[in-house]
Ligand binder design. Structure first.
Ligand code: ATP
Length: 364
């Protein structure tokens, strides 16, 4: 039996808006789960239903096999960190962190021990007397995390906790939260719209769109085996390139060019999509510039260079392939001239084919 079981969870708000559809997920004790998806996809609503802050319209939520739909947040033993931190402005860092324990009637000596230990983990020892307004965004964030982990609850919920931090602080806090998770082993559900946070922090990622789960999997699986164009385009930065290809007489063409997909696109796919359009997907980082003869077991495509962006460790090359824009991520030493015509290859193993209508992955 899993620690948390969500079965057929739906949320219909009082105004009739159906925000979450048939959400099914089993979470094991100690897992770090990330809900990721664009704004409005239902991540926070789902998290709030798990927290007990929002009622579940339909479906069942079990903790340790027991139904908790009707139980409030306290009875569910959850701690939540919000995007806004929700610290008490008039209280010191120490009091913000100890408040929950004081309410529970925990002994003052025990509270002091816990606050000092938690502050040490989070690098807040020197700030315990300060008020939230006297702290930086990153420090406030740490207090919010500290206030949640000090309670040693079983379930730790975080809703976009890093969104108010600058890019550098986000990277630091990302690894701090991962570290804290490793130390506490608390089952964690973390909501973000940032795929990098999802990829770097999660044991498993739940990708959502329009209130529906698109795919659940380990970061590696979502990156290499996306089930549809949405997941393929959402996970990875820059996103996967998509080019429409026609299938005629068993061969694939992009614009006026026939593309040799070799053994990759099986005859079965060609037969199934004869006379129709498929979408060829490849990631910017898997393209290799062709200088001499074309490499084996690869698709070779010609394109025009529209713009290059040197980023240091790589160059993003913005290209036009028969009217479709794509991006290649290449070694900066190979940066091509603007407006030049180049060829690049994508190894068959890094090519994806999607159904143009359903957007589902049909061949990988
Ligand atoms: P974001 O990243 O922007 O916070 P999200 O994925 O967390 O987005 P939710 O906050 O869960 O999205 O909202 C999902 C959908 O439900 C949105 O379309 C939102 O407008 C709608 N919604 C949220 N709260 C309510 C409410 N109280 N009444 C009606 N609709 C709501």
């Amino acid at each position: 039996m899993s620690y948390l079981t969500l079965t057929g969870i739906n949320k219909i708000y009082p105004n009739g808006f159906h925000a979450v559809h048939n959400f099914n997920l089993e979470i094991e004790k100690g897992e770090f789960i990330v809900f990721v998806g664009p704004s409005g996809c239902g991540k926070s609503t789902t998290l709030r239903m798990i927290a007990g802050l929002e009622s579940i319209s339909k479906g069942e939520f079990l903790i340790n096999g027991k139904r908790v739909n009707e139980k409030g947040p306290r009875e569910r033993e959850v701690a939540m960190v919000f995007q806004s931190y929700a610290l008490y402005p008039h209280m010191s860092v120490y009091d913000n962190m100890s408040f929950g324990l004081t309410l529970q009637g925990v002994d003052e000596d025990v509270i002091e021990e816990k606050v000092l230990a938690t502050a040490k983990v989070l690098g807040l020892t020197d700030y315990l007397d300060r008020k939230p307004r006297e702290l930086s965004g990153g420090q406030r964030q740490r207090v919010a995390v500290g206030r949640a982990i000090i309670r040693k609850v079983g379930i730790f919920l975080m809703d976009e906790p890093l969104s108010n931090l600058d890019a550098k602080q986000r990277v630091t806090m990302r690894s701090e939260i991962t570290q804290i998770h490793r130390e506490t082993g608390a089952t964690t559900i973390y909501v973000t719209h940032d795929q990098t946070e999802a990829m770097t922090m999660a044991d498993r990622i739940v990708v959502m769109k329009d209130g529906y789960i698109q795919q659940v999997g380990k970061p590696y699986d979502l990156y290499f085996n996306p089930v549809n164009m949405f997941v393929a385009g959402f996970i990875g930065e820059p996103p996967m390139n998509f080019i429409r290809a026609g299938v005629k007489n068993g061969s694939f063409s992009i614009g006026s060019n026939t593309v040799n997909l070799g053994d990759f696109a099986s005859k079965k796919v060609a037969d199934r999509f004869e006379g129709r359009t498929v979408v060829l997907g490849f990631r910017p980082e898997h393209a290799v510039l062709v200088k001499g003869s074309a490499p084996a077991d690869s698709v070779v495509l010609k394109c025009k260079v529209e713009l290059t962006e040197l980023l240091g460790d790589n160059t993003n090359v913005y290209i036009d392939i028969e009217g479709t824009n794509s991006i290649l991520k290449i070694d900066p030493h190979d940066t091509p001239e603007m407006d030049s015509e180049i060829s690049f290859a994508i190894p068959y193993k890094y090519i994806y084919l999607f159904d143009n209508e359903t957007e589902e992955c049909i061949e990988k």
